[in-house]
Design a protein around this ligand. Structure first.
Ligand code: SF4
Length: 350
């Protein structure tokens, strides 16, 4: 009698960017165990992303508010999963509460980083390297969980890739007013949930949008409802050259619009990782964070980072007050990078 394929439950990260940086882990698990059943448990705002990852069989929504303990609800959800008889849970968030559902679901092998002193909650524990300014890449951090503790995963790791049906991309592009070919559509993403130290100034985005519009590019500003204010500021700074759809799309529509875009310019944010996962030509702007820690994983991505002596500080707000890492990064430099990508006219000489 043949053994049944292993059943794995992944407790997914709570952030879109982190969920994409975990995708190489999912791909490694799939490579190692092609017949495994791999399900993911995720907060509702991450579900649409995981549904577009080919390595995941089913996504289960975990309806807990950000930061809520919700002990009784976690217990009920865990009990409801018992019948699925998972062999292993891999817990990606570091919090204590994120390890509760696998425990309540009766899953014997529960692996993850020790995080918030989760000694009793995890049965296979990993230790993260000490935090230094030169932080390990997040992709490698997650991929380590595909191997026993202490054994590095084989390199290179698979690239994250999202699956979007061309018809869905075309429908969203039509619904939100993308220009039809041969005219070009740019998506700019001026938000960054983490904090203002990751956001290129609205005036710079506005200047870039105006310069692109002058070359006949239709410019769209994309983000969540939390990004609507900065996107409105960009519209004003661009003199109306850009149009904002921030807060007016579902995550699924935002992913489809990025898939339909000719190119993307963003901060180091979740949508930057979405653009990389869709393999769109992109320019990624880094200020207080490090492209060594959270790079866009795509060969069509160009990173702009001034590498100031104070950078990366990983702060949410500039601790020095001058914010030179972003203010001194000019729109002309970004236009130059776009030209090097071949999405605007002819590339400049090296
Ligand atoms: S300290 Fe330096 S890297 Fe950090 S936000 Fe300020 S200018 Fe940027």
């Amino acid at each position: 009698m043949s053994a049944s394929p292993p059943r794995i439950l992944i407790v997914a990260p709570n952030w879109i960017g982190d969920a994409l940086m975990a995708q190489p882990l999912f791909a490694r698990l799939r490579e190692k165990q092609p017949t495994a059943r791999i399900d993911a448990l995720a907060p509702p705002w991450v579900v649409p992303l995981l549904e577009r990852m080919p390595e995941i069989d089913e996504v289960i929504s975990a309806p807990f508010a950000h930061g809520a303990l919700a002990l009784a609800a976690r217990w009920r959800l865990g009990r409801s999963l018992r019948g699925r008889a998972y062999d292993q849970a891999i817990v990606l968030p570091n919090s204590w509460k994120s390890a509760l559902v696998p425990l309540f679901a009766g899953i014997g092998l529960r692996s993850g980083y020790v995080g918030e002193a989760r000694y009793g909650l995890l049965s296979l524990r990993y230790r993260a390297p000490r935090r230094t300014i030169a932080r390990q890449s997040m992709v490698e951090h997650y991929a380590q969980l595909s191997e026993p503790p202490g054994r590095a995963p084989p390199m290179p790791l698979p690239e994250p890739r999202l699956r979007v049906a061309p018809a869905a991309a075309e429908a969203s592009a039509r619904a939100f007013g993308f220009a039809s070919s041969p005219a070009k559509n740019a998506v700019l993403c001026p938000g960054a949930e983490y904090g203002p130290a990751k956001r290129w100034p609205a005036e710079h985005y506005g200047e870039l949008a105006a310069a692109l519009a002058a070359q006949g590019v239709r410019v769209f500003l994309l983000g969540s409802a939390n990004d609507a204010e900065i996107c409105d500021a960009v519209v004003r700074a661009s003199g109306g050259a850009a149009r904002s759809v921030a807060g007016r799309t579902s995550l699924g529509e935002a992913i489809a619009l990025i898939a339909a875009a000719d190119f993307v310019v963003s901060n180091d944010s979740g949508l930057m990782h979405v653009a990389a996962g869709l393999d769109r030509p992109q320019v990624a702007l880094f200020g207080s964070s490090s492209p060594e820690h959270t790079p866009p994983r795509s060969r069509r991505a160009r990173v702009v980072w001034l590498r100031l002596e104070c950078s990366p500080c990983f702060a949410r707000v500039c601790p020095l007050g001058h914010f030179r890492c972003m203010t001194e990064l000019t729109p002309a430099r970004v236009l130059d990078e776009l030209a090097r990508l071949g999405v605007l006219g002819s590339p400049p000489s090296p």
